[in-house]
Design a protein around this ligand. Structure first.
Ligand SMILES: Nc1ncnc2c1ncn2[C@@H]1O[C@H](COP(=O)(O)OP(=O)(O)OP(=O)(O)O)[C@@H](O)[C@H]1O
Ligand SMILES: [Mg+2]
Length: 360
């Protein structure tokens, strides 16, 4: 798939930007704070309705304006699809596919993107929440219903937390919440396990292509795979930790507490790996995500590289550049073109961004 046009109105510092993206490789060059990340973020948002920088859609509205819009033209299986998101401070957001209003569930499976930013390089140093976010965002590119399940789960969890904060616990109601947590939670864990198993095949291959001196592996922290078994084990844990949850006034059991454990030669990579090894892991994961999306959806996602090349050493930079095949549309931001060799630069479209405007 290829995004051929992008149009932004009042999106952060981009008042009025129109970009012809009908190229395979695009580099957006600009000094700090000119709008490079904003442009990539808007493409990621057009794809997922999310941003790694904020969960508040109001943040995208340009200061002192009352709406923003992001529009794109996607070319996929010989068909053009118009995508549009508009948000008005007085109303909710409106999503359109080919001009027709649609639901977020329908909307979200249209454009696939893999975003790789400098922030991602810190995945192993980050919190379990960071790793769950990475995992859930990656999953929703392939299994769009995952997002709905997560929000359903979070609603139940918030209601349960409110109950646990009350001075007198309604035990019957707690049972109801726990049953729901076991059912919806098990579905979430099941999909996470399934996705990690599918990703692993590609990730191990990518890791060893960069460095074959270690054995890379990863596991989900809740070690059960079958849906029924996961649900049973969750029920058991909810039962055995019931008084702890009541005493702590919070839900301690469920997928909102899980993590992904990465290992190199069987040692926990968050604790024992060097920075370079951790970066190799993240690079392998991102490249594996692309392969898995191709395998599952039949199209390559669009790869968005935000400043990330500058953070990688020569070996990893070369591997990344070599891996992004001609079939993967890639949009890269960078402060300059020094990092790219002449061969690469010959086949790319370069845009310069200055104060939220495209300068060429
Ligand atoms: N809602 C908003 N309205 C107006 N301007 C905004 C809004 N949100 C962010 N900005 C501004 O957009 C500018 C560009 O931000 P962006 O993150 O895209 O920079 P960048 O080009 O990626 O820079 P860097 O190289 O430092 O990463 C910043 O100055 C920021 O303050
Ligand atoms: Mg930036």
């Amino acid at each position: 798939m290829k995004l051929t046009r992008l149009k932004l109105k009042n999106y952060r510092n981009c008042t009025d930007v129109e970009l012809d993206l009908n190229h395979n490789k695009i580099i957006i060059i600009g000094k700090n704070a000119q709008g490079k990340t904003n442009i990539l973020e808007s493409i990621y948002f057009l794809s997922t309705l999310k941003s790694p920088r904020t969960s508040n859609i109001k943040d995208f509205v340009q200061f002192e304006k009352d709406y923003f819009s992001v529009e794109g033209v996607l070319y996929k299986s010989d068909t053009e699809i118009d995508l549009a998101v508009e948000y008005n401070l007085n109303k909710t957001k409106t999503l359109r596919l080919n001009g027709l209003k649609t639901t977020s569930k329908n909307y979200k499976s249209t454009l696939n993107t893999v975003l790789f930013s400098t922030q991602d390089l810190l995945l192993l140093r980050g919190t379990p929440q960071d790793r769950r976010d990475w995992l859930d965002n990656a999953i929703s590119q392939i299994y769009p219903a995952h997002d709905e399940r997560l929000s359903k789960y979070n609603k139940i969890r918030i209601q349960k937390n409110n109950l646990l904060k009350e001075p007198e616990i309604n035990n019957a109601l707690l049972d109801v919440f726990n049953d729901q947590i076991a059912i919806v939670g098990a579905n979430i864990i099941f999909v996470r396990q399934k996705f990690l198993k599918e990703l692993k095949h590609f990730a191990i291959q990518k890791y060893s292509a960069i460095s074959d001196s270690e054995v890379f592996d990863f596991q989900y922290s809740f070690p059960y795979f079958e849906l029924d078994e996961i649900s049973e084990k969750l029920k058991e844990e909810l039962h055995s930790r019931r008084s702890e949850e009541i005493a702590r006034h919070q839900s301690c059991v469920g997928p909102h507490r899980d993590d992904v454990i990465f290992t190199l030669n069987n040692a926990d990579a968050t604790k024992f790996s060097s920075q370079g090894q951790q970066r190799t892991i993240v690079l392998a994961l991102k490249l594996a995500e692309i392969e898995l999306i191709i395998q599952k959806n039949g199209y390559s996602p669009i790869l968005l590289l935000d400043d990330v090349l500058a953070e990688l050493d020569d070996l990893r930079q070369n591997y990344l550049i070599k891996s992004i095949s001609n079939t993967t549309q890639t949009i890269i931001t960078s402060v300059d073109t020094l990092l790219f060799d002449d061969d690469f630069l010959q086949n790319v479209k370069i845009y310069n961004v200055f104060a939220g405007k495209i300068a060429n």
